[in-house]
Ligand binder design. Structure first.
Ligand SMILES: Nc1ncnc2c1ncn2[C@@H]1O[C@H](COP(=O)(O)OP(=O)(O)OP(=O)(O)O)[C@@H](O)[C@H]1O
Ligand SMILES: [Mg+2]
Length: 246
């Protein structure tokens, strides 16, 4: 096995007195596809937000793409350049066109010339199959299209790792597939990804591993088929019976 691209080593985090992440040990290999699931409040978002330093942690060590994330600004900047993140809410700027949303960070943060940033942006819009919408404003697009734009925006900074936090849960059912298809195609191209989702079909089709969290702990780690067909723990069984009951 090669070196892990992400490694949590006994990571603990508190919000005030609330112990939100407990002794997290988790290694992710380059190109690996991980799905994270678990009940509401179990710490899934907090865990993946630690990976691009949107959250800090108090104990243990988290190494991402060769940098140890602590409070060192240099490490945070290095990691943010390598990690893209897509949220449930698309967080596009409504007063900017799709193309302007995509070129904003490359021009103002990465310092690319505008023409070059636009070329990259158009290529990424092609990749998520939405290039024809480049000159529209986000609110003129469907939710599924907006989420694909948000994915393209992340890709413009050529991340090595993509984090998705329930990327389809704000979408109408008929738009879920178009977004998942884009994520699947990224997976097929070898992107390292961690995706918080309860979309079981997607997890079975794409994930190398499912991580099941409860109360701030990684309770189970297994292949999707093994986890969904025969969870090892009562907590895993209980969780699956609830999401299958809907
Ligand atoms: N900034 C914060 N300050 C204090 N507590 C927080 C903060 N963010 C999250 N929490 C708490 O930490 C716990 C874990 O939150 P987190 O958002 O990681 O859960 P989650 O598994 O993503 O849940 P969901 O499925 O609802 O998105 C929750 O109890 C939440 O209330
Ligand atoms: Mg969450």
């Amino acid at each position: 096995m090669s070196n892990p691209i992400i490694r949590f080593d006994k990571v603990n985090k508190w919000f005030g007195s609330f112990h939100v992440l407990r002794d997290i040990d988790l290694s992710v290999q380059p190109g690996e596809r991980i799905v994270i699931c678990g009940p509401s409040g179990s710490g899934k978002s907090t865990l993946i937000r630690c990976i691009n330093a949107l959250e800090d942690y108090q104990e243990g060590t988290l190494t991402v793409a060769g940098s140890v994330l602590g409070d060192k600004l240099k490490a945070i900047e290095a990691v943010r350049r390598q990690v893209g993140m897509v949220f449930q809410q698309f967080n596009l700027f409504p007063h900017l066109t799709v193309l302007e949303n995509l070129t904003l960070a490359p021009v103002w943060v990465a310092g690319l010339p505008k023409k070059e940033a636009e070329q990259i942006a158009m290529a990424q819009l092609e990749r998520v199959r939405i290039a024809e919408q480049a000159h529209k404003y986000p609110l003129q697009l469907s939710g599924g299209q907006q989420q694909r734009v948000a994915i393209a925006r992340s890709l413009c900074l050529t991340p090595k790792i993509m984090l998705f936090d329930e990327p389809t849960s704000a979408l109408d059912p008929e738009m879920i597939k178009e977004v998942l298809d884009v994520i699947v195609s990224l997976a097929d191209q070898g992107m390292t990804m961690l995706c918080v989702t309860h979309e079981m079909g997607f997890a079975r089709a794409v994930a190398d591993r499912v991580i099941f969290m409860d109360e701030g702990q990684v309770v189970e780690e297994n292949t999707p088929d093994a986890f969904f067909d025969a969870p090892k723990t009562d907590r895993g069984r209980d969780f699956l019976s609830k999401i299958l009951g809907h």
